[in-house]
Design a protein around this ligand. Structure first.
Ligand code: FES
Ligand code: FES
Length: 182
């Protein structure tokens, strides 16, 4: 079947099998491999992305269910690729950097996408709010303490307007180009 999804500001038209998971569509069709697969059973949260502004586990959704939707992945959170003089990381990415919120980094994209959803709804969360929001995201390395600190850092250092709209951070927000993938 053919689907049309706006991913990180770009409209994509793709031919997918009915059974294709959203995470496989992002990773295998669009080569957006920042979204990770940890369990494939909706347990770990590594595959979290935003669909129409809401954090979802992309291993639990079919690509077909995202037809007509707007999807943001971790690649859409910085206004560039994190390199170069004009690049700028999303406040949450800065927070994880500043507070050493990662070790191996496998869980980090999912943690950041879940945290971005939290800060959109609750720009000044308590430690308890943060820990509750992360209950569907598993980290095998850090003990969570610095992840919580990283999210608090982002909440303290940046305006809710920027946090609320990841597309303000992307280069391709105005892109109308339609890219076809098969
Ligand atoms: S890979 Fe989706 S929740 Fe673990
Ligand atoms: S930093 Fe390794 S799983 Fe979280």
């Amino acid at each position: 079947m053919q689907i049309q999804v706006t991913v990180n500001g770009k409209s994509r038209k793709s031919e997918v099998e009915d059974r294709t998971l959203l995470v496989d569509y992002l990773r295998d069709h669009l080569r957006l491999t920042g979204t990770h697969v940890g369990c494939d059973t909706s347990s770990c949260g590594a595959c979290t992305v935003h669909v129409d502004g809401m954090a979802v586990k992309s291993c639990t959704l079919l690509a077909a269910q995202a037809d007509g939707c707007t999807v943001t992945t971790i690649e859409g959170m910085a206004n560039a690729d994190g390199n170069g003089p004009t690049s700028r990381l999303h406040p949450l990415q800065e927070g994880f950097k500043e507070c050493h919120g990662l070790q191996c980094g496998f869980c980090t994209p999912g943690m950041i996408m879940t945290a971005a959803d939290l800060l959109t709804k609750n720009p000044n969360p308590s430690e308890r709010d943060i820990r509750e929001a992360l209950e569907g995201n598993i980290c095998r390395c850090t003990g969570y303490h610095n992840i919580v600190k990283a999210i608090q850092w982002a909440a303290e250092h940046n305006s809710s307007t920027l946090l609320a709209d990841p597309h303000l951070w992307t280069n391709d927000v105005a892109t109308k180009e339609v890219v076809e993938t098969h």
